[in-house]
Write a protein that binds this ligand. Structure first.
Ligand SMILES: Cc1cc2nc3c(=O)[nH]c(=O)nc-3n(C[C@H](O)[C@H](O)[C@H](O)COP(=O)(O)O)c2cc1C
Length: 375
């Protein structure tokens, strides 16, 4: 049977459904062109803004590793460890829009059939800030960007009108999306934060504003761990730390929980899945829940900066899985497990004699012990 890895997502054709997420792998022209040469279906650029950006002194990302057969979790480099997560407090691109514009144009000229999504960010506290979104959107699409991803989710912004502070407010999500949609000639994806009670609420705001897709998720707010010997945070500047973002394997189960809520609430909308993907088995979770594309960051950062081997595994895994199940395209399996996530009371209990009123359930006292206490 003919097998087709290409997908159509928000009206755009991707050679395959695997994208590099907005982050260091897509921070420069050379990285993006290397990513296209490696065969990524698309890239989302590092987020571009209009405000001046100055990163912290010292490393912006580190990797937390677990030691097998021990309880140790540490960022310290040591042999024989397994990746637990990435932790970063990197801001958006510290390059200006003027720096990006000619590069976006050159990339699109050299790779006209590869999908270039530009990630953009501005504030939301005034009409002037909303116009900044429009300026960014117009500049990127004029250079040939195929889609725009709105960064409504950066977890380390002090400004109350930016990043995940927009993403936590469904009305602001709507207003910003609408402002961009007013000028956009290309699809608009809204990238949401996982750091809210019910992501469906913010997604509804984005769709009401006209978003063509939701990207989920950005990193989870977190701190690096404290070194028990030095009593210092493993990542700090002059002993100080600030909330940053957790990515990588540790967030996969949490990120798919968010995605499951989204795809159930909006089964007919488009979703790009992000969080903890390093191989096709991971990506499959997102596809089976209903995503049309997925994005990778941490795993690519650790694989020659743009993930050529990660991509090879994703492509080989997709081909092998499709062959095994007799699927000819992503549409044959997209969403197949979306409806398997149900409310707790819908999960079958043991019946009749086998179920003794809950007394045998974990956390309940045995009947005799309870009687003895009462007596
Ligand atoms: C160092 C670093 C920088 C990032 N910068 C951005 C950014 O500029 N814009 C954005 O939308 N997401 C940014 N992200 C978030 C990633 O795009 C992605 O959502 C997140 O890392 C989860 O995916 P992962 O588990 O594959 O890493 C960044 C992540 C890391 C680790």
């Amino acid at each position: 049977m003919a097998m087709n890895l290409a997908v159509s997502f928000t009206g755009l054709r991707f050679e395959n459904p695997f994208l590099l997420a907005s982050a260091p792998p897509t921070e420069s022209e050379s990285n993006i062109t290397r990513a296209f040469d490696a065969g990524w279906g698309g890239v989302v650029t590092k987020t571009i803004g209009l405000h001046p950006v100055a990163n912290v002194a010292g490393p912006k990302t580190k990797f937390l590793r677990a030691t097998p057969e021990s309880t140790q979790l540490s960022m310290k480099k040591r042999p024989g460890t397994a990746l637990h997560s990435s932790w970063n407090w990197e801001l958006i691109s510290d390059k200006t829009l003027d720096w990006w514009v000619p590069r976006l144009g050159r990339i699109k000229q050299a790779y006209p059939s590869h999908v270039l999504v530009t990630s953009i960010m501005a504030g939301s506290g005034s009409d002037a800030e909303l116009r900044h979104w429009q300026t960014l959107a117009k500049a990127c699409q004029d250079e040939g960007a195929d889609a725009l991803e709105l960064n409504l989710s950066c977890p380390h912004m002090d400004r109350p009108d930016m990043g995940s502070n927009i993403g936590k407010d469904p009305e602001l999500v709507s207003v910003v999306t609408q402002a961009v949609k007013e000028v956009a000639r290309v699809p608009v994806w809204a990238k949401l934060t996982p750091s809210t009670t019910d992501i469906v609420v913010e997604a509804r705001g984005a769709f009401l504003g006209g978003a063509d897709a939701i990207s989920s998720t950005n990193t989870f707010p977190s701190l690096p761990l404290i070194d028990p010997e030095t009593l210092e945070f493993e990542m700090n500047v002059d002993g100080l730390v600030s909330s940053g973002g957790l990515g990588g394997p540790a967030i996969l189960p949490q990120a798919i929980a968010k995605m499951s809520q989204l795809t159930q609430a909006f089964p007919d909308h488009a979703f790009s899945g992000i969080g903890g993907i390093a191989d096709f088995g991971h990506a499959l979770n997102y596809f089976l829940l209903g995503c049309g594309t997925v994005q990778v960051c941490t795993a690519a950062m650790l694989d020659h900066a743009i993930g050529p081997n990660v991509l090879k595994q994703l492509l080989a895994g997709m081909r092998e899985t499709m062959e095994r199940h007799g699927w000819s395209s992503l549409e044959d399996f997209r969403g197949q497990r979306r409806d398997r996530v149900v409310v707790h009371s819908k999960i079958r209990r043991p019946e009749g004699e086998a179920y003794r009123g809950g007394y045998d359930a974990e956390g309940y006292a045995a009947a005799e012990a309870a009687a003895a206490t009462e007596g």
